[in-house]
Design a protein around this ligand. Structure first.
Ligand SMILES: CC(C)(COP(=O)(O)OP(=O)(O)OC[C@H]1O[C@@H](n2cnc3c(N)ncnc32)[C@H](O)[C@@H]1OP(=O)(O)O)[C@@H](O)C(=O)NCCC(=O)NCCS
Length: 165
């Protein structure tokens, strides 16, 4: 059975490559290639991940199966003391629909309780219908639009989803 573990500095290059592989598959037809490359550079370049591993308000997690990483997530505290944000949740496409997304949600809930937060939040692209469906199955509800200017003429056109487990 795959297990969820903390990401270490040794994992960073692999996570960066896995993010590229999953993003180009998931966001083709939703985001332009230019925006995908821009966001990957902003969020997944090894230097950025490496720095976040030392931040006590950020949890990078990996899903390991047969010694290989088949998915990852990242949770972070927000400016609101009661909130934990699932900032990233990505599973390789050949491992979808096996309950692994749900494992990460349970992992986030455990961390949330440990740090005495009460609400999980996330944002998801409005056209990412499969992920929205999964999040609704886990118990998240759409709260409102979240449209954010991320620079260089690019926008994130998302929904904010919330769950209070
Ligand atoms: C979204 C994601 C995290 C869900 O994880 P998963 O392990 O595939 O999903 P689970 O097995 O936990 O599915 C739980 C439920 O969600 C729903 N669901 C999951 N994937 C779905 C899909 N592609 N289409 C419709 N419903 C889906 C189903 O109801 C499913 O239950 P069921 O299989 O018993 O019917 C995963 O598919 C993923 O990594 N997607 C690509 C990256 C992505 O878009 N991430 C979200 C960024 S915000």
């Amino acid at each position: 059975m795959p297990e969820i573990l903390s990401i270490s500095h040794h994992d960073v290059t692999g996570i960066s490559s896995l993010a590229r592989e999953i993003w180009f598959r998931q966001y083709q037809g939703i985001l332009s290639n230019d925006q995908i490359n821009y966001m990957l550079a902003q969020r997944y370049c090894p230097r950025v991940i490496d720095a976040q591993l030392d931040d006590e308000k950020i949890w990078w997690r990996k899903l390991v199966s047969d010694g290989g990483i088949i998915g990852f997530s990242c949770y972070m505290r927000t400016m609101h003391a009661a909130e934990l944000k699932i900032d990233k949740l990505y599973i390789r496409h050949d491992h979808h629909r096996k309950g692994y997304g749900g494992m990460f949600i349970n992992d986030a809930i455990k961390i949330m309780h440990r740090i005495t937060c009460s609400t999980l939040i996330l944002t998801v692209n409005k056209q990412n219908h499969s992920a929205i469906h999964a999040y609704q199955r886990y118990g998240f509800k759409i709260m409102c639009d979240s449209v954010v200017d991320i620079g260089s003429g690019f926008f994130m056109n998302d929904y904010l989803m919330v769950m209070t487990p």
